[in-house]
Design a protein around this ligand. Structure first.
Ligand code: AMP
Length: 213
């Protein structure tokens, strides 16, 4: 009997500014998975002023995690939609706590890929502090490592309120505290990659072969 290959139901994990966003762009453009960034979903909810947005805002601005009770329902509902079921998905920023990993398991969601980007801590802080987004194109730049095109008015680029060194250290601390517990759920399927190298090389040499295997 020929069995249908299963679609990737993938998680990408890494500290703030580990390059997850750029890697997701490349993966999604190349493999056609649905990209689910919980940070983006929550920022959209805040911008809309929805109930979830109102509950999430103060935690996000402080660089703290939004309570599990707020985020879990949003993600489980999205994962049950048809595009996720047929195309497969790339979860970016979820699970961030062990309770979130358990909630997915309890809902019968079986993750089959877990890609972890590893980047040294001091590099993460430098990446966070210089990160800027073009509000029109949504493109992410770095003032030092990946400057916007010449002629760009840098003062018009968005500096996320949680992209300061102080808040980045809070976010990094939270990430480190939760990481081991989360990994314990995915260690059998995990691929750990050095995230300090070029995004396209990470994709070509590691992410693509892994996600398509
Ligand atoms: P990110 O863009 O992934 O760095 O997320 C920005 C912020 O959104 C985080 O600092 C948290 O406040 C919130 N957030 C995103 N994903 C989660 C999650 N899975 N659990 C709790 N809070 C989250």
């Amino acid at each position: 009997m020929v069995t249908k290959p299963t679609v990737p139901r993938a998680i990408i994990a890494g500290a703030p500014a580990s390059g997850k966003g750029t890697q997701c762009e490349i993966i999604v453009a190349s493999l056609g998975l649905v990209h689910l960034s919980t940070g983006d979903m929550l920022r959209a909810a805040v911008a809309k002023g929805s109930k979830v947005g109102k509950e999430a805002q103060k935690f996000m601005e402080a660089g703290e995690l939004v309570p599990d009770s707020v985020i879990i329902g949003v993600v489980l509902e999205r994962l049950a939609q048809k595009d996720c079921l047929t195309k497969g998905y790339l979860l970016d920023g979820f699970p961030r706590t062990e309770a979130q990993a358990i909630a997915m398991e309890d809902a019968g969601i079986v993750i089959n890929k877990f890609l972890l980007l590893d980047v040294p801590e001091e590099m993460l802080i430098r990446r966070v502090v210089g990160r800027r987004m073009d509000p029109k194109t949504k493109k992410i730049y770095h003032l030092e490592f990946n400057p916007p095109p010449e002629g760009t008015d840098v003062s018009k680029l968005i500096h996320r309120p949680d992209d300061t060194e102080e808040k980045a250290r809070v976010r990094l601390d939270t990430y480190n505290k939760n990481l081991e517990a989360i990994l314990s759920h995915y260690k059998d399927i995990m691929l750990r990659v050095d995230g300090s190298t070029k995004a396209q090389d990470i994709f070509d040499n590691h992410a693509k072969p892994y996600l398509t295997s």
